[in-house]
Every structure is written in C-alpha cells, then in structure tokens.
Design a protein around this ligand. Sequence first.
Ligand SMILES: C[S@@+](CC[C@H](N)C(=O)[O-])C[C@H]1O[C@@H](n2cnc3c(N)ncnc32)[C@H](O)[C@@H]1O
Length: 218
Amino acid sequence: MERPDNRSYKLRGARATPAQEAAYVELWDRYGIVPNDILNLTEFFPTSKRIIMEIGTGMGEATAQIVKEDPETGFIAVEVHKPGIGALMNMASKNESENLRIIEEDAHLVLQHWIPDTSIDAIHLYFPDPWPKNPHKKRRIVQNPFLELIAPKLKEGGYIHIATDWFEYGTWIQGVFANSTLFTGGVIERPVFRPISKFEGQGIRKGHVVTDFRYFKN
Ligand SMILES: C[S@@+](CC[C@H](N)C(=O)[O-])C[C@H]1O[C@@H](n2cnc3c(N)ncnc32)[C@H](O)[C@@H]1O
C-alpha cells in the first residue's frame, strides 16, 4: 500500500511505557481494528446514534474523555503513534468504554481504502501537527486533497471540527476551506465537550491562542 510522500506526522521514536505496551497487547482485540477491506462501521457500533472519526488522537486523554461522556456515539480513532494508542486503550478500558475502535494507520490510507462513502457524521481533528517551516507546510494535513478525501465519507449534514493553537495554521485552514466548494463554515466557540489535552495545555502555557473551526459538507 502506498504511503503519502509528505507524511503529516513525525515518526517519533518515543518508546511505550510498560503500561502502554501491556494495554496495547491486552486490549487490541477489544479496541483495535486491522482493516483489510471496506469496513461496515455500524457492525462495530450497532446501537450508536452517530459515528465520529477522530484523526490524530495523540496520547488520547481528550479522546478518552469525549468517548466516555458520549456513550451514544461510536468513535473511530485513527493514530499512527503506538504509545498513544496504548495509552488511549488503557484509559478507555478503565472507563469501561465500548463505543471506541482504533485503527493504527495513516488517516489518508484509512479514508482512501476502508471507510465507506456517507458513513461518518463528523470528523474531529484536534491540534494537527502545525509544520511551521515553509518547506514542511506541504505536510500539513489540511490541504485541498484532504478535503476531497473526507467530503464523500461524511453523511449529509456532516462536518469536520478542527482545533489549532498555531495562529498561522488557523489562517491556512481558513484559506484552504475558502478555496473549496465542498464545505461551508468557519470559526466557532470552543465547545464545552472538548477537554484540554496535554498537547493543548503545552501550547496554552506558551501563550498560544486556541481556535476551533467547524465546516459542514455542502
Ligand atoms: C500534535 S498531535 C495532537 C494530538 C491530540 N489530538 C491532542 O490534542 O493532544 C497530532 C497527532 O496526529 C497524529 N497524526 C498526524 N498525521 C496523522 C495521520 N495522517 N494519520 C493518523 N494520525 C496522524 C500524530 O501522530 C500525532 O499524534
């Protein structure tokens, strides 16, 4: 399977802690999905009222809380960072959450190959890597081809909710969506359901201002 040249993530060397490693191994069958064909998402969440995909769950603290607080929604977490996946599984298990499945893969590949059209109610994209240096900006996940990839996967009335603490990425996000006919939306107030993740906390301590965006599929 072909991986994108300009990956939107850093291949971090951080080792998993023993607890993360153990959770990953022990809880994989409960939470992990290894897709080899187009997925029937309702099979994982037969009673869920909505299905939300979160791209880039990081260390999973915010995700675990959102999943816990909203048991009527089925969540598909997509992340490439194994220690973070272990940490998320650990928290989800402690919370006895059953409305979560995790795919360990690049979200581009997941969307291209395994997610059926009009199957997702919303996408959460919280604090995507900002890639601040000019030569790296092509690695930003929010690009027109990404919009073309997600639009068909969303149901009618579906949306993407994005948060960033990187001011210039916020301007970039607005520019990408303004140049697309696929979505309509803009800046929204921070929703109360979105808790502060470790990553967001670090940004806030550096004086960064956090902006939330919501764009609905046209
Ligand atoms: C800056 S971190 C933010 C994590 C988390 N959302 C938070 O608020 O703490 C961005 C995360 O997105 C993941 N990521 C970036 N591009 C991705 C992709 N194409 N597919 C899956 N995960 C991705 C990275 O591995 C990283 O964990």
